[in-house]
Design a protein around this ligand. Structure first.
Ligand SMILES: [Mg+2]
Length: 280
């Protein structure tokens, strides 16, 4: 990707009213940025439509594996943002790419929901419920997590399985609350096995950046990543040397943003503030 013109560590983290330039592509986080639970963030429909009318590419980029890319596309379309399947990348897709390159046809024990399991099975992986003969334990966002699942993951790792995860988000922001995310599942498995998670493929990892540049963006894309979480969305921008915009509609408030060592290029109230003055 094209190098950021402004080193992130020189930007004072104050609130920006509007980002007064357009980018060729916008990498938009979903939960907390475009969506709050099952509803759109205010103005999301107008902002995406305006960017597209300006000829800009909008890609939705989520660490959340509890819906398949096609489901997210359908949900966004239903909510008023027409979206093709190819416009959505989630960490399941990055995981599949990583496993294909490293452990093709691996036997997997998945601590995750049905959407992730179906994605893996349809891409040739054997998903087992047993702790025996497991190549990799995969931890992900799992609202059906139980002590039995933790026991099976523990046993599989004790038997020699490797330990990967889709993402390390601590919780998923909802409108007035949140849900424990994959970070909590990883912590539980690490606590009982004493084994650190070996690979986390989702934002901010290099695996996500490499997947994007090798599939849809190209290596010289003029793009910005827009998200609500410093340690995933903004850190990925820093890791990839691309500009970033933190929105305050999800997991981070202004005070947290100002105190953090992870500095976005811009802090804006919401995606409404992405549009330059001349096209508002
Ligand atoms: Mg988010």
């Amino acid at each position: 990707m094209r190098q950021s013109k402004k080193p992130n560590d020189l930007i004072f983290p104050s609130l920006t009213e509007r980002i007064n330039r357009l980018y060729d592509a916008y990498l938009m986080d979903l939960d907390g940025t475009t969506l709050l639970g099952d509803t759109l963030v205010p103005d999301a429909e107008m902002v995406i439509k305006t960017l597209r009318n300006q000829g800009k590419r909008v890609v939705f980029l989520s660490n959340n594996t509890t819906s398949r890319a096609a489901s997210y596309a359908a949900q966004l379309t239903l909510l008023g943002i027409p979206t093709k399947n190819d416009d959505v990348i989630n960490s399941s897709m990055v995981l599949i790419n990583f496993l294909n390159n490293n452990i093709p046809q691996g036997r997997l024990l998945v601590i995750g929901e049905d959407a992730l399991i179906r994605d893996l099975e349809e891409n040739g992986f054997y998903v087992t419920d047993s702790e025996s003969n497991v190549d990799v334990v995969i931890a992900s966002f799992d609202r059906t997590f139980t002590y039995h699942k933790l026991q099976t993951a523990f046993d599989a790792i004790q038997n020699g399985a490797r330990f990967f995860a889709t993402n390390n988000d601590k919780y998923r922001p909802l409108k007035n609350s949140g849900q424990p995310d994959a970070g909590a599942i990883i912590a539980a498995i690490e606590a009982c096995t004493g084994k650190p998670c070996e690979v986390i493929v989702g934002k901010p990892s290099r695996h996500t950046i490499d997947y994007l540049t090798s599939t849809i963006l190209g290596s010289d894309c003029d793009c910005i990543i827009v998200g609500d979480r410093l340690e995933t969305d903004i850190q990925m921008g820093i890791n990839a040397s691309i500009e970033s915009a933190l929105v305050l509609t999800g997991a981070t408030n202004l005070d947290q943003a100002k105190r953090s060592e992870i500095k976005p290029t811009y802090i804006i109230n919401s995606i409404s503030n992405l549009l330059p003055d001349e096209i508002v």
